[in-house]
Ligand binder design. Structure first.
Ligand code: ATP
Ligand code: MG
Length: 655
């Protein structure tokens, strides 16, 4: 059987950049030319935009694939690059963080202030015996101290493992144990959905007496920021208040240089397809690509832009595009603590207006939830400062892209749909604003210096107009260096499939259009096989979202006696539609709609109207759980689900 994926959807809308935007853009067409002429020299040049204590002479060592070493004989300090360097160039007074607390409090933190805090904290960490190679777990709300914690850990050469603050004590414990963390940095609690969500109690639970569990306790101290003001228990000798120790520490701290390949952080994947993997990143190559991509893809002009990436630091987007990329570039950015709908559903747009945000980087799940609520909400705010919009995390359906452009972007702001993964460390495929003519729904082109292909099961290029498996064909600076503690799983998961060719297998399906540009088709595990046709989830979902009634859709293949698999669709209906129509008969008309839009083969056998979809905590749809429902099976592992109640609601609705 062919491994190619059938292509059903045709999208012909195109948006060229304005001449003015192109003239002012950071990115240029020459970037592609210079990368094509000499890839290694190109990355060396990007790396030299950083400060190296010891300049590198080697660019890449790929003598032992898949274990790459980038800029191996160079040495740098990642925190120095994000902080001290900007003071040296006279930008200490520039605001680094425009922090907005959920209850309405605010803080403005300059580069000089953030540097001061990080230096003090670095001294505290060293006083606690934290140094090169030690692991520190960070379990915090979105407050300036969280960023300071990440930077102080890497400043002293240690490795952080940020655990999303919405995770349970069990998930935290698993991550603390996997990494063997010596220190946990946390807060008493943080604000979420209008109330204090406790964190320290979960840390206490995670570290509670484990006699007999067979796991050795590695954590020596817990450092706690006061944020929520909630009561917390205290373990004398182990627990320390941040406000007791950090202000009292010296503000003198010299950033030592560490080798380019020094481990920087461990971060677990979202767990959309299964058990999260502890992805390991290192220093020089990672920072090079995070900073470069942030600059050219988001079009950062640090002296004038107000940038806002809405991701939590618990995800890779929060690492590369909240902490490392923007701070290495000396940008001014918004950091928001809470949820988008607190205390009202226009909160994000209120922040855009208040802070004058010029660049917004968010996820399709957020855009679709705003679509569900309707355009009247964003329309109440002045969003005219926005000039670049970004999307990451899932394929963005063309209609969601158009809504983003028209309603949020004032019909002018270019949209960059950025494809990448925890494993890739930084953006790999994206338009460059000011250079690329954009296409709704397509991630488009590999960045300069990145080599991508779409291949069949044998590793052969599929050719334009065809779908297959997305691979990266050459090593890249911010590539993962392994899975923490599991080198075999690293090789097996990403490199075994195309071992002969030496390709990295991303696990995603993709298609090349007639121009050779890339359209993501969803995860390979989710591809459906209907009467011998291999259908992607993304295209059918996009057809559903193109219907005026639908805000969001998820499709899965459910076993079927006649066709092998049949398409089962779960859809969320827009509130504006429900205000004027009855949902009776909608399922039937959506089946017909998909048939008309993209062909009878894609017509869903079942359409279920639901109120919620199962999502990971970072907002990605977990289709494997819907497959269980559609096939009438017991629902599988739901531990990475944001809201575990959602599956019983959906199961009840389907029955
Ligand atoms: P796990 O690997 O544990 O299942 P995950 O893949 O959801 O979790 P992440 O690393 O956060 O963990 O997500 C990367 C994945 O997100 C990509 O492989 C792809 O499926 C999807 N993705 C990210 N950005 C885009 C995009 N712009 N277009 C399409 N898909 C995207
Ligand atoms: Mg993944």
């Amino acid at each position: 059987m062919s491994s190619q994926i059938d292509h059903l959807l045709t999208e012909t809308r195109r948006f060229a950049p304005s001449a003015q935007f192109a003239a002012d853009a950071v990115a240029t067409r020459e970037l592609y030319e210079s990368a094509a002429a000499d890839r290694e020299a190109f990355w060396a040049e990007q790396a030299r935009a950083l400060h190296w204590h010891t300049p590198f002479t080697q660019v890449i060592d790929w003598s032992n694939p898949p274990f790459a070493r980038w800029f191996d004989d160079g040495a740098l300090n990642v925190a120095y690059n994000c902080l001290d360097r900007h003071l040296d160039t006279g930008n200490g007074d520039r605001v680094a963080l425009l922090w907005e607390g959920e209850p309405g409090d605010e803080r403005r933190v300059t580069y000089a202030e953030l540097t001061d805090e990080v230096k003090r904290l670095a001294n505290v960490l060293e006083g606690l015996g934290i140094g090169e190679g030690d692991r520190v777990a960070i379990y915090m709300p979105m407050i300036p101290e969280a960023i300071a914690a990440m930077l102080a850990v890497v400043r002293v050469g240690a490795i952080h493992s940020v655990v999303f603050g919405g995770f349970s004590a069990d998930s935290l414990r698993a991550r603390v144990d996997d990494a063997g963390a010596k220190l946990v940095i946390t807060a008493d609690g943080g604000y979420r959905k209008g109330k204090v969500s406790p964190l320290k109690p979960a840390v206490d639970l995670a570290l509670a007496d484990r006699n007999g569990s067979g796991v050795q306790e590695t954590v020596e101290h817990v450092l706690v920021v006061r944020r929520g003001g909630n009561d917390v228990e205290w373990t004398e000798g182990r627990d320390l208040w941040w406000h007791d120790v950090v202000p009292a520490a010296s503000a003198e701290h010299e950033a030592k240089a560490f080798p380019a390949e020094n481990p920087l952080f461990i971060l677990y994947t979202s767990g959309t397809t299964g058990k999260p993997k502890g992805i390991l990143h290192t220093s020089g190559g990672y920072l090079t690509q995070a900073a470069f991509t942030n600059r050219v893809v988001h079009d950062i002009h640090p002296e004038s832009d107000v940038y806002w990436c809405t991701a939590d630091i618990g995800w890779v987007t929060g690492h590369s595009y909240v902490t490392y990329g923007p701070l290495a570039n000396g940008a001014t950015q918004v950091l928001y603590e809470g949820t988008p709908d607190t205390p009202h559903p226009g909160r994000w747009w209120e922040i855009v207006q208040k802070c004058g945000v010029t660049i917004l980087y968010t996820a399709p799940t957020a855009i679709r939830s705003f679509m569900k609520l309707g355009r009247a909400i964003p329309k109440k705010f002045d969003l005219s400062s926005l000039r670049v919009l970004g999307s990451v995390g899932e394929p963005i359906n063309p209609e969601a892209w158009m809504w983003y452009r028209n309603v949020i972007g004032g019909k002018t702001a270019p949209i960059v749909d950025t494809w990448w993964q925890t494993e890739t460390g930084a953006i790999m495929i994206s338009a460059l604003p000011g250079v690329t003519e954009t296409k709704p729904g397509s991630a488009q082109v590999p960045l300069p210096g990145i080599s991508i292909d779409v291949v069949d099961e044998d590793g052969t290029h599929v050719g334009n107009g065809n779908g297959g498996l997305l691979v990266v064909t050459e090593p890249w600076p911010s590539m993962l260096r392994g899975i923490w503690g599991d080198p075999e799983r690293f090789v097996e998961t990403y490199w075994q499939k195309f071992q002969k060719q030496g390709f990295y297998f991303a696990g995603d399906g993709a298609r090349l259009d007639e121009d050779g540009e890339v359209w993501l088709l969803g995860r390979v595990d989710d591809v459906m096989n209907v009467s011998g046709h291999r259908l992607s989830t993304t295209e059918i979902e996009s057809a559903l979202v193109a219907n005026e009634a639908v805000a969001e859709a998820a499709v899965v293949g459910a076993s079927d006696e006649t066709t092998g698999q049949a398409v089962a669709a779960f859809v969320i209906v827009k509130q504006s539609y429900l205000a004027e129509h009855s949902p009776d008969g909608l399922a039937q008309s959506l089946r017909a709609w998909v048939g008309e839009q993209i062909g009878p083969i894609a017509r869903p056998r079942d359409v279920y109207i639901v109120e919620e979809l199962p999502k990971t905590r970072s907002g990605k749809i977990m289709r494997r759980l819907l497959r269980d429902v559609a096939e009438g099976r017991e629902v599988g592992d739901t531990t990475t689900l944001a809201d575990t109640a959602v599956m019983s609601v959906i199961s009840a609705q389907v029955r």
